[in-house]
Design a protein around this ligand. Structure first.
Ligand code: ATP
Ligand code: MG
Length: 332
């Protein structure tokens, strides 16, 4: 059985971008693969976080994983900081990574711009982010990493680091493949559709949250930026707004873009948006309901305890192997 791994940062409440690019696919993959899905709180602190908010979001994200259908009997669900192997391996990989490789990462460049615009400093952690992510993956000998399009470059770096380490120190890591969904791999911002939708965006009109009330969802989708020619057609370059909404529609329903364009021919944006809003509400409402119930129960702690136990067993072995290869500690 092949092994799959993916994670989400508790850096904000999840958006429909995270859902379509990541979470929704996790649920489909868990039946056929050995899956590890976790919450990367150590990645979240690469930018400043409020401690109480962060703790709250970690629990909410676990509840959301379960509410969307992740089954702890099929998948291992845990918190990154509860498995120390992640940072231990990250340091060993850091010493085998060049500054130049990290400077080329587009997410780093984007986030530097964002932090600078807010007047905030850039932490060394933000620069090191991709190495910690490589450690997250390489600890577990995974075959595939399902992620949204924006994380492709980081998985490619992970592959480079694994190959380099294997060449230098002998076979140690499995080299993982990236797995990008066919639909919803890059959901764009609703108000600035040339920019990726992100949960850490400061403007709430740019995203739909998984926890937004039905009327808020309707309002945000109805006020999404489109264009003035009023024709429903797919053209990412010249009509990024309506193209993004077509992508979202297609990812929620699995109906192809061609079929949607044909079906909505001659129809105004208003009708299209209002249909889309109802589709999103219908999918999210039951998830929100389950999430609320889970947050009141003890299930979350039980799931996270069991997940951390299994992840620690796997991670410990790999850390010891890498230390041995690099000559750290003593021979026992
Ligand atoms: P942040 O702004 O804090 O980086 P984010 O919304 O980018 O938050 P991450 O936790 O960095 O979310 O990423 C979690 C998963 O969601 C990753 O697999 C990532 O590729 C995917 N993802 C993030 N944004 C989008 C998007 N706009 N469309 C599709 N997938 C996305
Ligand atoms: Mg991100």
């Amino acid at each position: 059985m092949s092994r799959i791994l993916s994670a989400i940062q508790p850096s904000g409440t999840l958006t429909i971008g995270n859902y379509l690019g990541a979470l929704k696919n996790f649920v489909e993959l868990q039946d056929e693969h050995d899956c590890l899905f976790f919450i990367v709180d150590q990645h979240a602190i690469t930018v400043p976080q409020d401690r109480l908010e962060l703790r709250k979001r970690i629990k909410e994200l676990t509840a959301l994983y379960l509410a969307c259908g992740l089954d702890p009997n099929k998948a291992t669900i845990f918190i990154q900081s509860e498995v120390p192997g992640h940072t231990q391996l990250a340091w060993m990989l850091t010493c085998n990574t060049s500054m130049g490789e990290l400077e080329r990462m587009t997410q780093y460049k984007d986030k530097v711009q964002k932090q600078t615009a807010k007047g905030q400093g850039i932490s060394a952690g933000l620069f090191m982010y991709p190495v910690l992510m490589a450690a997250d993956i390489l600890l577990y000998d995974v075959d595939f990493v399902p992620v949204g399009d924006d994380q492709k470059q980081h998985v490619e770096l992970t592959r480079d680091l694994a190959e380099r380490f294997n060449n230098r120190f002998g076979e140690t890591f499995k080299v993982p493949e990236v797995w990008i969904p066919k639909r919803g791999a890059r959901v764009m911002s609703l108000q600035e559709p040339t920019k990726k939708m992100s949960k850490s965006d400061d403007n709430p009109r740019n995203f739909v949250l998984m926890t937004d009330e039905p009327n808020v969802i309707r309002k945000k989708i109805k006020s999404a930026v489109t264009d003035s020619d009023g024709v429903i057609a797919y053209d990412r370059q010249n009509k990024p707004g309506i193209s993004n909404l077509l992508d979202i529609y297609s990812a929620f329903t699995s109906e192809s873009i061609e079929s949607l364009v044909a079906r909505y021919e001659g129809c105004g944006y208003g009708q299209f948006k209002s249909d889309l809003a109802e589709i999103v509400v219908a999918e999210l409402e039951p998830i929100q309901q389950r999430m609320k119930e889970l947050l009141k129960s003890n299930v979350i702690d039980e799931v996270l305890d069991a997940g951390a136990k299994r992840a620690n067993q796997l991670a410990f072995k790999k850390v010891k192997k890498v230390e041995h290869k690099m000559g750290l500690g003593r021979k026992k």
